[in-house]
Design a protein around this ligand. Structure first.
Ligand SMILES: *[C@@H]1O[C@H](CO)[C@@H](O)[C@H](O)[C@H]1NC(C)=O
Ligand SMILES: *[C@@H]1O[C@H](CO)[C@@H](O)[C@H](O)[C@H]1NC(C)=O
Ligand SMILES: *[C@@H]1O[C@H](CO)[C@@H](O)[C@H](O)[C@H]1NC(C)=O
Ligand SMILES: *[C@@H]1O[C@H](CO)[C@@H](O)[C@H](O)[C@H]1NC(C)=O
Ligand SMILES: *[C@@H]1O[C@H](CO)[C@@H](O)[C@H](O)[C@H]1NC(C)=O
Ligand SMILES: *[C@@H]1O[C@H](CO)[C@@H](O)[C@H](O)[C@H]1NC(C)=O
Ligand SMILES: *[C@@H]1O[C@H](CO)[C@@H](O)[C@H](O)[C@H]1NC(C)=O
Length: 798
């Protein structure tokens, strides 16, 4: 590495330095332009990998692929509710072992960003807060409240101490170069008044006192108390300025997609997004259309395109972080941004934000460039195009889901959810009021039974009455005297009124209401105070001539959870007393039913999914491990999707929607580590009624891969999971048309396109070569010279 000096003294010094360097601090500072790591100004590309969203077994592959995609760092939130589900009982086992996760990040040579929060939003249940926190008397979350601040400090200190003990901070030689306290508080701070202002100051002081030796960040905190660095979250952060001009501009989240929700076609609409309701009804799948999908596969061409972007920007790292910037308006919404350093070295961005006209830009001695509408070209040295955002050269992979050939249909056994106790009004707790759901359940179950009894004397008034229930959400199922009355859910996870005709008999009548939540709100001012369940009601019976009995202050019985949950029907090993019904006629469309089937793991190493099409709403487990909530019967609306997408113009969440008329999630990932070689068990709890007939296990794989590059560029193709390229379905070097899956020859092409690509790629797991006329022979058939630059288009099978 370093040339050794001739004097032995120098050699000794270098050796001891090298030795010390193994465990010595990395210094992280910053200026207005960038982070400075060990004195070097750096542009850091960081990717978000939330450790509990995958398995420990998946981590190395994800982290390595993140690195291969050109990232310098991995960031993750810390998930308080998972680590301290019960107060002062901590869990850092399995995929909650964040220390192990960050050690792996360090082992592959990446930095890390520790986003402690501990409020994290993250489309995570209740924003990451444990429910016991909400249920503490006198507490108010995310404001100047001593009980809350004490708990936040205890948890933050716990995480920091664990990280310090493992030498995870860069100041200790570890990977963590930045840490975050709170999260997006600036977005909602105004609702907390002066208490919010003093709270955020306290957050800063509390964090600083942790003494971690690396800078702290706060995101979306426009008035971040110094020295906290304010960072940006959004699709567009170009106009963002940190409140301290001496802080660098950083995105904590530069959104590359959006997350799906149950119900609407994706991505959801903006007004709903920013409503203060926050995020119940979020699907189990959460890959955000990111460069790595939820299975850890490359999401191509996005992964490859971003890899090239990262590499292109890195070419200018030294100049961008230590140069001066000038902008030149070239007209028609085209701008040349030039960074120049003290040595006169330059690095440029040529942007065209006109959303319908391509630009043909002549930069005198620096060359001529076609900059497509709504794109940015990166010019290394200000005179060589190294990247354009709209010119996608990287491989496209068409992912397919396949069943093993001849895999048998699943054989189902079933059992009804036992409801005898709740139909008789028997619970485990009584109160003369209608209680808030999570205050009673601590969210250990989605389900809470509310039961009461009413004496009826005059059936002429009550034989055709209305049951009226006001609920704060999210779903309700009603029974009267053990008879099912009906079911309703709210579209967006909020409050609603349920009304149904019921017939009451003389004497005592038992009203049984089952309330279910579908994930708790995670975003917005005071989101934690959003009530769930039949909190406060009212629950009324309305009889003839509007005679009304208000049951809200009746004596109500409560029962948390389902009997099937208590009996752990989801576990593979049946508990004593559980006799699954084994005859072949399992019920179809029957609410409140458990189904079970045994299956063999699909062969190979590709990621496994279970296709739950045909089911209604419920939960699924494999070998006793939860794979999520499903709501497959909820089909998104039919309008507003299109096969083609004009990406130009500012991105909005209802642009280029593709998920019309389908369930928002149909396939559920079953991590390989959940599976045994021989026998496995799938258990479903079906709440509203479904048909398991079509349920099957499949693998996800890239079968068809395509790439198209212009002459002079590098063509790269690769299969995943150790497969090799078996066939070149299409190859044309000329002016081919169409898109992956449906390419067509153009008006001219090189004669030996197909054979050249076959020779380079067949039988290999990956292949790559620079596309030149020489490589393809210069003989073009029917070539028309004015048709411009030749492109090579390839479609192959893995
Ligand atoms: C930044 O530029 C200045 C000259 O303007 C130079 O002296 C200094 O070494 C450069 N710093 C880095 C980290 O390259
Ligand atoms: C029915 O009669 C009993 C006894 O007279 C009374 O306590 C109860 O309130 C009455 N119920 C209704 C619904 O009027
Ligand atoms: C019950 O009342 C509703 C309106 O309150 C009415 O539409 C319905 O026909 C009635 N049913 C019977 C059986 O009387
Ligand atoms: C739902 O809540 C909103 C806001 O608190 C309130 O205005 C509305 O009346 C409620 N609706 C029902 C059906 O309770
Ligand atoms: C009952 O109440 C409803 C709604 O308030 C009203 O429209 C209706 O006219 C009332 N009926 C009687 C018989 O009072
Ligand atoms: C299936 O089993 C249940 C109880 O075990 C029984 O009641 C039912 O009649 C059986 N159905 C058939 C078609 O055998
Ligand atoms: C099962 O799949 C078949 C064929 O795709 C389809 O026609 C049928 O509607 C599906 N049934 C259910 C219950 O999903």
């Amino acid at each position: 590495m370093f040339p050794m000096g001739s004097s032995p003294w120098v050699g000794i010094v270098l050796l001891s330095l090298a030795f010390v360097a193994l465990c010595v601090a990395t210094e992280v500072t910053y200026d207005a332009h960038s982070l400075i790591i060990n004195g070097e100004k750096r542009i850091i590309f960081s990717g978000s990998v939330h450790y509990p969203r995958s398995t420990v077994e998946m981590w190395p592959n994800i982290i390595q692929k993140a690195k291969d995609g050109g990232l310098d760092a991995i960031e993750s939130y810390v998930f308080w509710d998972r680590h301290e589900h019960i107060r002062r009982e901590y869990d850092f086992s399995g995929n909650l072992n964040f220390v192990k996760f960050f050690k792996l990040v360090q082992e592959v040579g990446l930095y890390a960003i520790l986003r402690i929060g501990p409020y994290v939003c993250a489309e995570w249940n209740y924003g990451g807060f444990p429910i016991w926190l909400h249920n503490m008397p006198g507490i108010e979350l995310r404001t100047d409240n001593p009980i809350y601040k004490n708990e936040m400090q205890i948890f933050t200190t716990k995480i920091v101490s664990m990280a310090k003990e493992a030498n995870l901070f860069a100041s200790q030689g570890g990977p963590i170069i930045l840490a975050q306290i709170e999260n997006e508080y600036g977005n909602i701070m105004v609702d907390y008044g002066d208490a919010g202002k003093s709270y955020i100051k306290w957050c800063a002081q509390m964090a600083l006192a942790q003494n971690i030796g690396v800078p702290w960040i706060m995101c979306q905190q426009h008035d971040a108390p110094q020295p906290m660095i304010n960072t940006c979250n959004g699709y567009y952060c170009d106009q963002f300025q940190p409140n301290n001009p001496k802080s660098p501009k950083m995105f904590t989240e530069n959104w590359i997609g959006w997350f799906p929700k149950m119900g609407p076609k994706g991505p959801p609409h903006k007004n709903e997004l920013w409503s203060h309701k926050g995020g119940p009804y979020i699907t189990t799948s959460y890959d955000y259309d990111a460069p790595l999908d939820e299975y850890g596969n490359l999401n191509q061409p996005k992964w490859g395109h971003l890899k090239q972007l990262h590499a292109a920007i890195k070419l200018g790292e030294k100049i961008l972080t230590n140069g001066t910037r000038t902008d030149k308006d070239l007209g028609n919404q085209v701008t040349l941004t030039t960074y120049t350093n003290a040595n006169g070295e330059r690095f440029c961005f040529l942007s065209n934000i006109n959303n319908n006209q391509d630009a043909n830009v002549a930069l005198q001695q620096d060359g001529k460039y076609i900059v497509p509408s709504w794109s940015v070209t990166i010019l290394n040295g200000c005179n060589k195009e190294v990247f354009n955002t709209a010119k996608v050269n990287s491989q496209t992979s068409i992912m397919v889901k396949k069943s093993d050939d001849g895999s048998p249909k699943l054989t189902w056994v079933w059992i009804p959810e036992k409801k005898k106790d709740t139909m008789q009004g028997k619970g485990s707790f009584k109160a003369n009021q209608l209680l808030e759901q999570k205050e009673l359940t601590f969210d250990v179950s989605d389900y809470l039974w509310y039961m009461t009894s009413v004496d009826i004397n005059d059936t002429s008034i009550w034989s055709n009455a209305t049951l009226h229930v006001n609920t704060m959400g999210h779903t309700i199922r009603a029974y009267v005297n053990g008879r099912h009355v009906g079911y309703k859910f709210s579209q967006w996870g909020g409050n609603f009124t349920y009304e149904k005709q019921v017939s009451l008999k003389e004497g005592p009548n038992i009203i049984t209401l089952l309330s279910a939540t579908v994930g708790l709100a995670n975003y917005g001012a005071n989101f934690d105070k959003i009530k769930t369940g039949i909190a406060g009601g009212p629950v009324q019976l309305i009889g003839k001539n509007n005679v009304t009995i208000d049951l809200s202050t009746n004596l109500w019985s409560y029962k948390v959870g389902l009997n099937g949950e208590k009996r752990q029907l989801y576990n593979s090993q049946p508990r004593i007393g559980v006799s699954w019904r084994t005859n072949s006629s399992y019920p179809i469309g029957r609410p409140m039913t458990w189904y079970k089937a045994e299956f063999k793991a699909p062969s190979g190493a590709d990621p496994v999914v279970v296709d739950l099409q045909g089911m209604g709403k419920g939960q699924a487990w494999v070998n006793g491990l939860s794979i999520g909530r499903y709501w497959t019967s909820w089909i998104s609306d039919t309008n507003g999707c299109s096969d083609t997408c004009d990406y130009r113009g500012k991105y909005t969440t209802d642009k280029c929607n593709t998920n019309c008329c389908i369930p928002s999630q149909r396939w559920y990932h079953v991590p390989r580590s959940f599976l045994n070689n021989d026998k496995n068990t799938l258990v479903l709890f079906e709440e509203i009624g479904g048909n398991p007939k079509n349920i099957s296990f499949q693998t996800v794989t890239a079968e068809t891969i395509c790439a198209q590059v212009e002459e002079g560029a590098l063509l790269e193709l690769s299969c995943q999971g150790g497969k090799t390229i078996t066939q070149i379905q299409f190859a044309s070097f000329g002016n081919p048309e169409g898109k992956c899956g449906s390419f067509k020859k153009g008006t001219w092409e090189a004669t030996d396109g197909q054979s050249t690509v076959e020779a380079a790629c067949i039988g290999k797991s990956s292949c790559g070569f620079t596309v030149t006329k020489e490589a393809f022979g210069v003989t073009f058939s029917l070539m028309k010279v004015d048709d411009g630059v030749a492109r090579l288009v390839v479609q192959a099978t893995c």
